[in-house]
Design a protein around this ligand. Sequence first.
Ligand code: AMP
Length: 191
Amino acid sequence: MRLILLGPPGSGKGTQAARIVEKYGIVQLSTGEMLRAAGAAGTEVGLTAKKLMDRGELVPDDIVMGIISERIDESDCANGFLLDGFPRTLGQAEAFEKLLEDKGLSLSVVILLEVADEVLLSRIENRRRETGGARSDDNAETLKKRLIVYHDQTKPLIGFYKERGLLKSIDGMQAVEKVGADVDAYMAEAK
Ligand code: AMP
């Protein structure tokens, strides 16, 4: 099973990803987590990424593609993986399609969590309060920027995956358990 979780920041991708990992035993690949780890480790790539992340901007495609292509070659990805926060641009989606093709692999499904912008803003504010601002990009200003970036750069992926017959949409404003049940239904259908 190789799947992508698509959705705006604060749409519940992290929550659903954790649930899928637990239930289906596949690894979660979160480019945001990997980039934060690189930033914390203080590598050159990590520090470049951190500056952009703190502004709510995207990290360049070549950096993200480098990280992902190395990661999916690791042995724990052999049985499949769940991508959370990747791809985020058409360039990444195209490069990733090519990368998988070269390895003789394909995607099983792309699950889109749909949440209205107003709901996202209040959710992220709650997360910031609950975690005491543990993530340096969790603030109203940066979230607004991240939402604009999502609408401009990531939303075109919806059409990209629809054309390929891979896209499944879920109302991400339902209760967490209901979103989980909808995810399960799509997982059961996917190859
Ligand atoms: P996330 O944890 O997925 O919300 O990502 C946090 C931040 O990391 C984003 O706002 C971007 O700055 C950066 N980032 C994560 N994934 C990607 C990606 N696939 N492409 C570009 N930037 C990314």
